[in-house]
Write a protein that binds this ligand. Structure first.
Ligand code: PHB
Ligand code: FE
Length: 330
């Protein structure tokens, strides 16, 4: 059964369980956690996810404001961004659930669901576990409630006014804060670009070493927006282990593999049926179509440039068939 009514702001917090974790309810969904699992209870049934995978996915959904299109936490549970409202679903993009009419959907105001997710994340993330970090670089998510890690989950995106490093603007990571080069990027050159601005333009022209910037990133699978030109967003990121969500985009998205290697599983967006595997080596470029979902595997820490088109008219134009789901015809 599927419902599409807009749920109000009813946000109930039940009592703590014996392990010290709170339960959270919104609409007809209730979220509970134990030592190992997140339990998602909805009318008629319960879905269960490993807690670590759930928190890693939840962290991205919160940090990215529900992202573009669909954020599948796994093959059953996730959210669809309608840019103002958001659908939270069970089985909506799963062939077997749909075929037996077992899907369940509710629509929320985005700001309400974001606040709700932030509360879960804050209460369920234990001290020492950083949902943004690679598994080798963080403690465990398991066990009874043990402190918290607000510092890790409330990282704020910093926005440059004009350009990193220009007078009066943000300093380049590593220069000021002394953030260390990642253990897997010790071979990345830290050399600064040479600058020769014309006289009078010294405070207008600047350049940074993007590879050096990325080599000092302490998060994984979390694109930074480093350049905005109209709707063109260049979003480089450092990757290690598994993309914590399975992304079903509502537009085309380009990938440029800047270093090392990522293997992508590509599936049909609606059913989850396998479409292909894409192995991207340093220098490879791909366009991910608008009708698929994808998940990347990065065996070593790697650098990836994600190129997004932020034009708000795109979801409707792809959904209506005005645009083909791929950008080029060969
Ligand atoms: C994606 O879904 O396209 C995506 C998300 C986060 C990343 C890389 C790719 O770090
Ligand atoms: Fe994507």
């Amino acid at each position: 059964m599927s419902t599409a009514t807009l749920t109000g702001t009813t946000l109930l917090t039940a009592a703590q369980n014996k392990l010290g974790y709170e339960s959270f309810s919104i609409g007809k969904f209730t979220f509970e956690r134990d030592e190992y699992f997140a339990h998602i209870i909805y009318p008629g049934n319960r879905h269960i996810m490993p807690i670590e995978a759930f928190l890693r996915a939840l962290m991205r959904d919160v940090a990215w404001g529900f992202f573009y299109g669909t954020v599948n936490f796994d093959n059953v549970f996730g959210t669809i961004n309608h840019y103002g409202t958001v659908e939270m679903y069970i089985g909506l993009n799963n062939f077997a659930y749909r075929n037996s009419h077992r899907e369940y959907v509710e629509t929320f105001q985005s700001k309400d669901l974001k606040k709700f997710f932030e509360s879960i994340l804050a209460n369920w993330t234990n001290e020492g576990f950083d949902p943004f970090a690679a598994p080798e670089e963080t403690g465990e998510a398991y066990g009874p409630k043990r402190g918290d890690n607000l510092q890790a989950i409330q990282r704020e995106r910093l926005a440059a006014k004009r350009f990193l490093g220009l007078p009066g603007d943000l300093k380049l990571r590593g220069d000021a804060e002394g953030q260390p080069v990642n253990r897997q990027f010790t071979d990345v050159s830290q050399e600064k670009p040479e600058l020769h601005p014309e006289q009078g333009f010294e405070s207008e022209v600047h350049a940074v070493n993007l590879f050096a910037y990325l080599s000092r990133s302490d998060v994984t699978w979390n694109p930074s927006v480093v350049s905005v030109v109209h709707d063109s967003l260049l979003c480089p990121t450092t990757e290690e282990h598994i993309l914590p969500i399975i992304h079903g985009n509502d537009r085309v998205e380009w990938f440029v593999q800047l270093s090392d290697e990522i293997i992508w599983d590509v599936e049909d967006k609606m059913t989850g049926a396998p479409v292909c595997k894409v192995t991207m080596k340093a220098g490879d470029v791909s366009a991910m179509p608008a009708d698929i979902r994808h998940r990347g595997y990065s065996p070593r820490r790697s650098m990836l440039l994600v190129w997004e088109n932020n034009d708000g008219t795109l979801p409707q134009r792809y959904a209506s068939g005005e645009f083909k789901p791929y950008p080029v015809e060969f």
